[in-house]
Write a protein that binds this ligand. Structure first.
Ligand SMILES: [Mn+2]
Length: 310
């Protein structure tokens, strides 16, 4: 019997489950790259249905279905030709220890930012955005917040630190500029403590996507923007796998149009939070999250393409 000689070819390997089958690197600080993806498997502070700690794996797994399209519609280029992106796996912290998570995530973010990288992080619940914002404000100064959500997360009721109070703290720690920050897709009570400008679902439906794009563009201008995307800004019919779903939200198409319309903003950091795979069906929420994450990176690539042309 003839034994076939086997030559290793990495194109034969497709089951590694990094995001978009991008290279994995567990020590990204010294690496030469533009964007680093970090999973933050934390659902310590969830008020409703927990389970978002499993989101990074779910997003990575389904993202392999998006990797085949080298010339992605409607961008018409391959992001991997324009941006060096690595996936550094998941942050390690003591289980259930919010102080430890806070410290480790902030240190990780500082090391990346001060070594010239930009971050796309996958929650986890929305609490992860607070230590990420602290690190970004340390590096960039006070930033503008571009916040997609069904909830303002600026509440002062409940626990001091949980996934619904983070922007109250971010405001009082001067991490974000409330006059040049915006919350989009809100459809729950926006209580008296909320100092942010809100575009709620009624306004979005009444005015349409183009109006929102122009409004946000004029408000944020060229300021450094931190983009945080809670998957529950989408309607539960298209993103059921989340901890605190609220009906009457955005469709996936309108979110994609909104994000693509905002590609001229100076977005310096990004996260996507609150996917809870246990409540997902047919991976629909994970697919939506992975696609939105990819679109966020395409926005960055289109900016670098824009600058290269001048
Ligand atoms: Mn929310």
């Amino acid at each position: 019997m003839k034994i076939l000689s086997y030559k290793y070819d990495e194109s034969l390997i497709s089951n590694t489950f990094s995001f978009l089958r991008l290279p994995l690197d567990f020590n990204p600080y010294k690496l030469d790259c533009d964007w680093v993806i970090t999973g933050v498997p934390c659902d310590i502070t969830t008020s409703g249905r927990s389970g978002s700690k499993l989101a990074p794996s779910a997003i990575r797994q389904i993202s392999s279905n998006l990797a085949w399209e080298s010339c992605r519609w409607p961008w018409n280029f391959d992001i991997r030709q324009l941006l060096k992106i690595v996936d550094c796996g998941d942050l390690v912290f003591e289980i259930g220890n919010i102080e430890d998570l806070t410290d480790k995530l902030q240190i990780h973010a500082q090391q990346l930012l001060f070594s010239g990288k930009r971050m796309l992080s996958f929650g986890g619940d929305h609490y992860i955005t607070l230590p990420l914002l602290r690190a970004h404000a340390q590096f960039f100064g006070t930033v503008s917040l571009l916040h997609f959500d069904a909830h303002t997360d600026a509440y002062i009721c409940g626990n001091k630190y949980d996934h619904g109070t983070i922007f109250f703290h971010a405001l009082h720690e001067n991490l974000i500029d409330p006059d040049h920050s915006i919350q989009i897709g809100i459809r729950t009570t926006s209580n008296y403590s909320n100092k942010f400008i809100v575009l709620d679902m009624k306004q979005i439906y009444e005015h349409g996507i183009d109006y929102i794009v122009n409004y946000v563009g004029a408000l944020l201008g060229s300021r450094p923007v931190y983009l945080t995307f809670d998957i529950d800004c989408l309607d539960p019919s298209v993103a059921p796998g989340t901890g605190t779903p609220v009906i009457g939200g955005l469709t996936s198409y309108s979110v994609l149009e909104l994000l693509r319309g905002l590609r001229y903003l100076n977005i310096v950091g990004m996260d996507l939070v609150e996917v809870s795979p246990a409540y997902d069906y047919a991976q629909i929420t994970a697919l939506t999250a992975a696609t939105i994450a990819l679109e966020m990176l395409y926005i960055q690539a289109s900016r670098s393409k824009m600058f290269r042309n001048f």
